[in-house]
Design a protein around this ligand. Sequence first.
Ligand SMILES: [Zn+2]
Length: 69
Amino acid sequence: MRCPICNKCFSEGDSDAVAPFCSERCREIDAKRWFCEEYPIFTPNVDQIELDNAEGRYSDETDDDSDYN
Ligand SMILES: [Zn+2]
């Protein structure tokens, strides 16, 4: 696991670990952040619509096999 506060890798089995944080300290930091409303409100800008004009080529094979004898 990776701590969202200090970015440190840790395992949940660690005695210090307080999931999802690596330690009680980081958990507190996170709690304080919320309390102070310092968390950046991340709004993903889904405004990038790329108009992909793909060339649709149709290989029109009209097999005109007229069989006359
Ligand atoms: Zn941490």
